[in-house]
Ligand binder design. Sequence first.
Ligand SMILES: Cc1cc2nc3c(=O)[nH]c(=O)nc-3n(C[C@H](O)[C@H](O)[C@H](O)COP(=O)(O)OP(=O)(O)OC[C@H]3O[C@@H](n4cnc5c(N)ncnc54)[C@H](O)[C@@H]3O)c2cc1C
Length: 297
Amino acid sequence: MKINIFKDNFVENIYSEQKLANHTWFGVGGNAEFLFIPEEEKSLEKFLKVKPNDCKVFTIGAGSNLLVRDNGIDGVTLITSKLNKISIDKDGIITANSGSIDAEVARFARDHCRSGLEFLIGIPGTIGGGIKMNSGAFGSEFKDVLIDVKAINHHGEYKIFSNEDLKMEYRKIGLEDEWIFLSARFKTSTDSEKNIRDKMKNIILSRKSAQPIGVKTGGSTFKNPVGKKAWQLIDQAGCRGWKNGDAMISEKHCNFIVNLKNAKAHQIEELGQNVKQKVFENSGISLHWEIERVGNR
Ligand SMILES: Cc1cc2nc3c(=O)[nH]c(=O)nc-3n(C[C@H](O)[C@H](O)[C@H](O)COP(=O)(O)OP(=O)(O)OC[C@H]3O[C@@H](n4cnc5c(N)ncnc54)[C@H](O)[C@@H]3O)c2cc1C
């Protein structure tokens, strides 16, 4: 595929062979064959309408739940970072574009004395990634606050999905991958700025005490099996501190894999697979990846 297909159709902000390590929290991953960073919804629509049918599209928000493999991603990788407007209406409904950073949305709600979105302060992703993962923390998840989401499919057709349409469950939703989220509406309630600020402070403090901060990681590596904690199973299996090159099971939170410096994606993935194997041998429980592994090995 040639980049001219897009340039000839006036699709801007599209680049070939771009390093995806710069767009993921792990700081690893090969190149995107094409990288597209639309400035607005309309340019994304135009791109989807002119792209060849066989051109694959993969969306990245903040890349905080992704392990992009060393040989990169074919087709177009779409980055939503510039789709980041947030607004509020007279009923306190907050609308955020999919590329808005969760913490920005939490702060926006706080500044308007609206409660319910405090948990977003601790999730380092975007609204789009949060909906896709039904992300959550401290007793709340996207499912609890989402009203509906506007999306576009790979042919450039728009649709609104209600919360119920998405069939949100623990860290997954029941919607085909062809839908790209554009913006979402959230319900909130009134509270004082001080109460909201205090709740957010507590969340930040709890995170600092329980998780490695300021490191290259993908957050929780595995989902919690029903009635169990993945970190406990990993700890009991003796994997805390395990290393593979510069990839390491965090000493502080052993469901986190950390890239100490120059780990490769395959070293992170191998380390995760080894832990999974060891946990199975030790407990008979099969862990499932929460981090999404994408791209070519
Ligand atoms: C330090 C750390 C702490 C974390 N803590 C938590 C936590 O407490 N709770 C929790 O649930 N998660 C946590 N995570 C994981 C991660 O932050 C969440 O899953 C987050 O919601 C992912 O958002 P993202 O924008 O980074 O998505 P990405 O990692 O960029 O993408 C994740 C998935 O969402 C899809 N996606 C992204 N944007 C869109 C869009 N606009 N439309 C359609 N699909 C889209 C991607 O294609 C991919 O399938 C943590 C991660 C880190 C690094």
